[in-house]
Design a binder for this molecule. Structure first.
Ligand code: SF4
Length: 239
């Protein structure tokens, strides 16, 4: 069973993708998981928690991928390197996670090793795991490994758009243009190769559109963080 696939959207640009289940769930053996530890409001409107991604066979494959990385990281890395050895990956791009994120430092380091071992293949990702990247990627990234930090996570407050390459989900293309950001709608690779900051038009899933309510994900997350801070009990005279 191949580890890397091509979905319709990415295939037209020759991009291969690696998928984990989006956000949290429970394996058949009863263990719980969270493949997106820093997901925030994004989990409420995540395209990968909808449609074909929820077809049982598809979700089962993504969960099997995650279990492989959790239960046998070295074996998984060897299998990925073996697959990437095929000539079709020379000059190709791999999107690391069209769903899911870097769920641990060890898993992120495994991907960095994979990228260093296959310099003729390009790797890219969106991620909300800012602290992991600050520590493990930013000091010495492999030249063939690109990333963009995406808003809508619990670490948004530590992003610096002046310094970081960032992406935000907008209600539509017009909102991206009005903000002076740069849409990646033409090709997903623009997220890491095109001008920044990067705008992503929201998907048109009606229940998600209602929840987003015309907001950018960054604003929605900031509102949520502010609400939480407001509700948090303040230390009183007896505490
Ligand atoms: S981090 Fe990405 S895949 Fe995970 S819930 Fe958020 S948008 Fe979905």
């Amino acid at each position: 069973m191949p580890l890397l696939r091509q979905n319709n959207r990415l295939k037209q640009h020759g991009i291969w993708n690696w998928s984990l289940p989006a956000w949290a769930g429970r394996f058949e053996d009863g263990r719980t998981y969270n493949a997106c530890p820093s997901a925030g409001i994004c989990a409420k409107t995540c395209y990968a928690r909808n449609g074909t991604y929820r077809i049982p066979a598809v979700l089962a494959r993504h969960e099997a991928n995650l279990r492989h990385t959790l239960d046998d990281l070295n074996g998984w890395k060897a299998a990925m390197l073996d697959e990437l050895d095929h000539p079709k990956f020379t000059g190709a791009w791999v999107r690391v996670h069209d769903s899911g994120d870097f769920h641990s430092a060890a898993y992120l380091l495994a991907w960095l090793d994979i990228a260093r071992s296959t310099p003729e293949t390009g790797f890219y990702c969106y991620t909300k795991e800012l602290a992991l990247f600050r520590e493990h990627v930013e000091p010495d990234p492999p030249p063939n490994f690109r990333w963009v930090y995406s808003y809508g996570g619990t670490q948004d407050g530590d992003l610096d758009p002046e310094r970081d390459r960032v992406a935000d989900v907008f209600p539509d293309e017009q909102a991206i243009q009005d903000a002076g950001w740069h849409s990646q709608a033409e090709s997903d690779l623009l997220a890491v190769l095109g001008p920044a900051p990067v705008g992503i038009p929201a998907n048109h899933i009606p229940r998600f559109t209602r929840l987003q309510n015309g907001r950018r994900w960054s604003d929605w997350q900031a509102d949520t963080d502010a609400d939480r801070a407001h509700r948090r009990p303040r230390p009183g005279p007896d505490t």
